[in-house]
Design a protein around this ligand. Structure first.
Ligand SMILES: [Zn+2]
Length: 381
């Protein structure tokens, strides 16, 4: 993997941190390039926490890690109006750092905080899935073990592959244009999630970005309004209905806009194929986790529905690594856990630092199994 540094290292501490990152990357055989090239794979973007500046990717495959430091707890306007759904390193850290991650248009943020009353920097990883977790305190900053740990947490993310491209094919049967009993079940499930208070407030992304930056973010991550969770219902042997990306999950009805028919996955091109009615007013992309659901439906004909929420049931089996949403690697890790479950058609899989994916015969049956057991706090480590 080739990597480079961009932005400003404003302090000595930041320069030392950058030197450590560079050393550990080189030790693992990656090559440092002085300037970002068109095919750059990993960019470390050093930026000011108060005025985060994005690095403009030229290719979608470029993974951007922003690095920033806060000498004290930052006040970010949007943080006042936004309450994250899950905690982890403390909702506080997520509340401060998540807006920086978004404004810097990054895939990952390394957020360094001089703890009030503390005597050293604490480094947190902040992910798009609203994960926030620290480098363990016993690893002393600046040591080889410290940077080795940082490296092991970022390398799998930086090399994972997003499967978020959609192709819309106007071949949906006319009798499905207005939906059917399965889309009605998705509508019902969205309302249940709202009633159970499991729909986190969508992050007010548009307030933070200029229109150009917003389009850039949408294009990159297929993010609508950063609202989380998704659900799907099998339609036939090959196809399934799934919630769209960035829609209000408590009110999903319109076919082609709020609920989409996933027709297939073109593995060679890495594209999700969708059947839509010929005239759709505001076409939307399918949820980024369509690849994960596609893998599960194809492997297990007995699975009739899948629900993904950012919440937890204590004691569940979880994936070992927090791969990003919408990647082939996350989909494969979840599919593997479903395969290992005693009954793959009734599996509850934890997604590390992220949430759960639950399979069932129907969405109603899934809710019957989980109601009363779900906690909002996702464990972070
Ligand atoms: Zn998720």
């Amino acid at each position: 993997m080739n990597f480079c540094f961009v932005g400003e290292m404003a302090s000595d501490a930041m320069q030392r941190f950058a030197a450590g990152l560079r050393e550990v990357m080189l030790r693992h055989g990656h090559s440092f390039v002085p300037q970002p090239t068109d095919d750059i794979q990993l960019v470390f973007n050093f930026t000011d926490a108060r005025r985060p500046r994005p690095f403009r990717r030229r290719a979608k495959a470029t993974f951007v890690i922003s690095v920033t430091e806060a000498s004290d707890r930052q006040e970010v306007d949007v943080a006042k109006s936004w309450a994250p759904g899950a905690g982890g390193a403390g909702p506080d850290i997520l509340k401060q750092a998540y807006p920086i991650l978004i404004r810097a248009v990054s895939n990952l943020l390394l957020y360094r905080v001089w703890e009030p009353g503390g005597s050293c920097w604490q480094t947190y990883f902040v992910t798009l899935e609203q994960g926030a977790f620290p480098v363990p305190a016993e690893l002393q900053e600046g040591t080889e073990e410290f940077f080795e740990y940082v490296y092991r947490r970022i390398e799998p993310l930086a090399t994972s592959q997003l499967i978020i491209d959609n192709e819309f094919i106007p071949d949906l049967e006319p009798e499905l244009w207005e939906g059917d009993e399965h889309t009605e079940e998705i509508y019902w499930a969205g309302q249940r999630l709202a009633a159970m208070d499991l729909l986190p407030a969508p992050f007010p992304i548009q307030e933070l970005l200029s229109p150009t930056e917003y389009r850039h973010v949408q294009h990159l991550y297929n993010l609508g309004g950063l609202s989380y969770g998704n659900m799907s219902v099998r339609h036939d042997e090959k196809r399934f209905w799934m919630s769209a990306s960035g829609v209000d999950k408590s009110n999903m009805r319109k076919v082609g806009e709020e609920i989409l028919m996933v027709k297939d996955f073109d593995s060679a091109r890495g594209v999700i194929l969708l059947s839509v009615p010929p005239l759709v007013e505001k076409p939307r992309r399918v949820s980024v986790d369509a690849i994960e659901h596609w893998m599960i439906y194809h492997e297990h004909p007995s699975v009739g529905a899948i629900l993904h929420i950012h919440a937890w049931i204590p004691g569940i089996e979880a994936t070992e690594f927090n791969f990003p949403c919408g990647t082939r690697q996350l989909a494969m890790a979840v599919a593997e856990k479903v395969r290992q479950a005693p009954d793959p058609s009734r599996a509850i899989v934890g997604l590390k630092n992220h949430g759960m994916t639950i399979t069932g015969h129907s969405l109603r049956e899934i809710f019957e199994r989980i109601e009363g057991k779900v906690v909002r706090q996702v464990p972070m480590s």
